[in-house]
Design a protein around this ligand. Structure first.
Ligand SMILES: C[S@@+](CC[C@H](N)C(=O)[O-])C[C@H]1O[C@@H](n2cnc3c(N)ncnc32)[C@H](O)[C@@H]1O
Length: 280
């Protein structure tokens, strides 16, 4: 009864930018029940076997015919899941880390033939893998050099897909994401960082937080609209109260963060404030 009254009162108050906030009801967990004991079945160690079967998809078949390309097998299913929607039109892709050039050739065959595939690398010998006739461009510079990244973006971007397969150092992964997500990635595009298992290898962790920890904060930002607000503000009529709302750029332009074994994918999409409706 009390909650119903509160709900009714808030429906009126929300029109005047006011709401009554009550202490949230939370599940109480007795102190003797640690999370591990509650999840005993899920935290038990069970046997696993090494992967044997190769992925069965088109991209892996292209990979198998290529030389000088270096990818973990389990990435292929993830690539296809996220990249399929970009295949029916020419796109611009940026891959950080060229090495032997095989991945640039693989992407060129996988995406629309009129696409532009751009690779960047600090190693000048990677220029040998440029093939302008096929739309493969290579530029030499560091993924941590903002001026260089801006020049590449100005010349060949903005991009629909950005894939970080560069140094794999956590500070570089964070720096490149910071430099590229806002200005160099199109709305509707995706930013993929691979080999994020380096967040668990001390030789690669050279930042205050690992790339995985940084990415978990992006999950919090997805929920930024709800911080300091109550559900009623998102109801019909509550929308006016949200008109002046401002969100962090990353929050306002992020539709999804997908975590996989060693890959994090950020889908970029300008979003509106969420709205909820009860239809009776
Ligand atoms: C794992 S290899 C790339 C493999 C390639 N993408 C493939 O799939 O076969 C990593 C590459 O990143 C380059 N690299 C290392 N540090 C870099 C940096 N700070 N900026 C740009 N490239 C970097 C290395 O020179 C190396 O060629």
């Amino acid at each position: 009864m009390m909650r119903k009254l509160l709900t009714l009162a808030n429906k009126v108050l929300v029109r005047f930018n006011l709401v009554i906030v009550t202490t949230p009801q939370v599940l109480s967990v007795s102190s003797s029940s640690s999370p591990d004991s509650l999840l005993a079945d899920l935290t038990e160690k069970v046997p696993v076997v090494p992967a044997t079967a190769a992925p069965n998809n088109e991209l892996f078949r292209l990979f198998s015919k290529e030389q000088n390309v270096h990818k973990w097998h389990h990435y292929f299913e993830i690539y296809e899941r996220h990249f399929d929607r970009y295949r029916d039109r020419p796109i611009r892709m940026l891959e950080i880390g060229v090495a032997g050039g095989g991945s640039l050739r693989m992407w060129q065959k996988f995406f629309h033939p009129d696409s532009t595939i751009v690779g960047i690398d600090i190693d000048p010998s990677c220029l040998a893998h440029e093939n302008a006739d096929l739309g493969i461009q290579v530029r030499i510079g560091s993924q941590t050099d903002n001026g260089f990244l801006a020049a590449v973006n100005g010349e060949l971007g903005p991009f629909d897909v950005i894939l970080d397969d560069g140094s794999h150092h956590t500070s570089d992964q964070i720096a490149s994401f910071g430099a590229l997500f806002r200005t160099a990635l199109n709305d509707g595009g995706c930013y993929i960082v691979e080999d994020t298992h380096t967040s668990y290898w001390s030789d690669w962790v050279d930042s205050l937080e690992t790339f995985i920890e940084f990415s978990k904060r992006a999950v919090d930002l997805l929920h930024e609209p709800y911080v300091g607000r109550v559900g009623l503000e998102f109801w019909d009529g509550g929308a006016e109260a949200l008109e002046e709302a401002r969100l962090t750029y990353l929050s306002a332009n992020l539709s999804c963060v997908s975590f996989y074994d060693s890959i994090v994918v950020f889908d970029k999409k300008a979003r509106s404030l969420p709205r909820v409706e009860l239809r009776q």
